[in-house]
Design a binder for this molecule. Structure first.
Ligand code: XMP
Length: 486
């Protein structure tokens, strides 16, 4: 047994010491960072892989804002893959596999298909996937429906402007503008449909220039996988669906079976960025980095809904965990960014986490109240609230077991639940509107923090950072005091 001499510190234990700054305007600081060596983000923020935080809608909003969402894994492989596809379809230079219809389909059926898919047009192709026309809302609106088929009202291929697959986004934009088009089919040399370029996608890309996109202009998305052997098939399906980041996520990431799974994922998917965690020590971060992680996720018990430290007695206060993990990956000699996961309540915490050496932070509860998080808000004492729950909470465990056991009656045996030892709680958080509003506040605070730190970039913030430990009196002084808040 030993007791470490140094104290474990967390965000509230310290402040950053202001320093002379060359930053004349907060707008001039650069908040971009590396999530992994392969993925850059315009803002250093991820939404957590929790079932009350990140599904496709949140992932789309996060990537549009320049961050990234990590889809949770507590759903079937099929559903998780579908969510990856949904994000990848949300925008892009070229829509691959656009929705199509045959020329002899009855018009009312095509209309139903468009409504169901929520799209404004279908590309008309023959059995050989060759382009024969285009059907849009306008054609449907004007046409008398009875007894007509798609062929009767579509714009035929001869009257359509088409482009080849090698067209650049700039050229496509020029063609759309020149002919005042909304949709531009992309065909190969044999006239087969290979994609669709839409004015809407061009507009989306222009609206969010900082969005996190892949080389095809599609939003990036991460997805969590677990440690059991079956999870390798999940990873395989996610990679095939185009996931940008696999996150091997287990409560105690510094475990032999986690390291073995990481090595196996690395071997099977050499091209796919992989983050792994969670750890909270120098040795944990070192071992994950050496086993092939492209990013190490740090945090044992700092999360708002976590009870791991209470239930098990284990954990490391988050600021110390970040500092130790940074040292661990440095020892490995690999360029492996750190994801500080959990315990971020304010933009000040975000600045402290980054200054301590994290490259990104992962946020759960703060985002769980957002419109884009799964679930609808409910009224409680006249206030709109949303539910957040730890992934190791009793509620999450029950949900998972019921889903796994399907119709199995024994799943509902209340005695069975006694065996669950939760390491998380269920709670409500205030409804907080759209996530981009919270991100604006967080990034605004980060910009301001960087100017106090004399830093134009996050690496500069880290190089210059000087923390000062404070006392409980200092914490009291930091909060609003001696006033009645309104
Ligand atoms: P925040 O503070 O942002 O933290 O809500 C989110 C992170 O908390 C972790 N997490 C858990 N930790 N028991 C735990 O000990 C749980 O049930 C639990 N659920 C989530 C996770 O790392 C998440 O990203």
């Amino acid at each position: 047994m030993k007791i470490r001499a140094e104290k474990g510190l967390t965000f509230d234990d310290v402040l950053l010491v202001p320093r002379r700054s060359p930053v004349t305007s907060r707008r001039l600081v650069d908040t971009s960072t590396s999530l992994t060596p392969q993925i850059r983000l315009a803002i250093p923020i991820l939404s957590a892989n929790m079932d009350t935080v990140t599904e496709a809608r949140m992932a789309i909003a996060m990537a549009r804002a320049g961050g990234l969402g990590v889809l949770h894994r507590f759903m079937s492989v099929q559903r998780q893959v579908e969510q990856v596809r949904q994000v990848k379809r949300a925008q892009g230079h070229i829509v691959e596999n656009p929705y199509t219809v045959g020329p002899d389909t009855p018009l009312h059926q095509a209309e139903e298909q468009m409504r169901h898919l929520d799209v404004g047009g279908l590309v008309v192709v023959d059995e050989g996937e060759r382009l024969v026309g285009m059907l849009t809302q306008r054609d449907l609106f004007l046409a008398p429906h009875d007894h007509l088929s798609v062929r009767d009202v579509m714009t035929p291929a001869e009257r359509l402007i088409t482009v080849g697959p090698d067209i650049s986004p700039q050229e496509a934009r020029a063609v759309l503008y020149q002919h005042r088009l909304e949709k531009l089919p992309v065909v190969d040399e044999e006239g087969r449909l290979v994609g669709l370029i839409t004015a809407k996608d061009v507009m989306k890309a222009a609206q969010d220039p900082q969005a996190t996109v892949d080389e095809k202009g599609r939003l990036r998305v991460g997805a969590a996988v677990g440690v059991t052997p079956g999870e390798l098939e999940r990873a395989q399906a996610l990679v095939e669906a185009g996931v940008d980041l696999l996150v091997l996520d287990i409560a105690h990431g510094h475990a032999d079976h986690c390291l073995a799974q990481l090595r196996e994922l690395r071997r099977r998917f050499p091209e796919t960025p992989i983050a792994a965690g969670n750890v909270a020590t120098r040795e944990g971060a070192y071992d994950l980095a050496m086993a092939g992680a492209d990013a190490v996720k740090v945090g044992i018990g700092p999360g708002s809904i976590c009870t791991t430290r209470i239930v098990t007695g284990f954990g490391v206060p988050q600021l110390t965990a970040i500092l130790e993990s940074v040292a661990g990956v440095q020892e490995s000699g690999r360029q492996v960014p750190i994801i500080a996961d959990g315990g971020i309540r304010t933009s000040g915490d975000l600045v402290k986490a980054l200054a301590a050496g994290a490259h990104t932070v992962m946020i759960g509860s703060l985002f769980a109240g957002c419109e884009e998080a799964p679930g609808a808000p409910v009224l409680r004492d006249g206030q709109k609230v949303k539910v957040v729950r730890g992934m190791a909470s009793l509620g999450a465990a029950i949900h998972r077991r019921l889903a796994e056991q399907g119709e199995d009656e024994s799943a509902e045996d209340p005695q069975d639940w006694d065996k669950v030892v939760p390491e998380g709680v269920e709670a409500v958080v205030p409804y907080r509107g759209h996530v981009h509003e919270i991100l604006q506040q967080l990034v605004g605070g980060l910009r301001s923090g960087m100017s106090y730190g004399g830093a134009r970039t996050i690496p500069e913030l880290q190089r210059h950072a000087e923390f000062i430990q404070i006392t409980p009196a200092g914490v009291r002084e930091s909060l609003p005091h001696d006033v009645h808040r309104i």
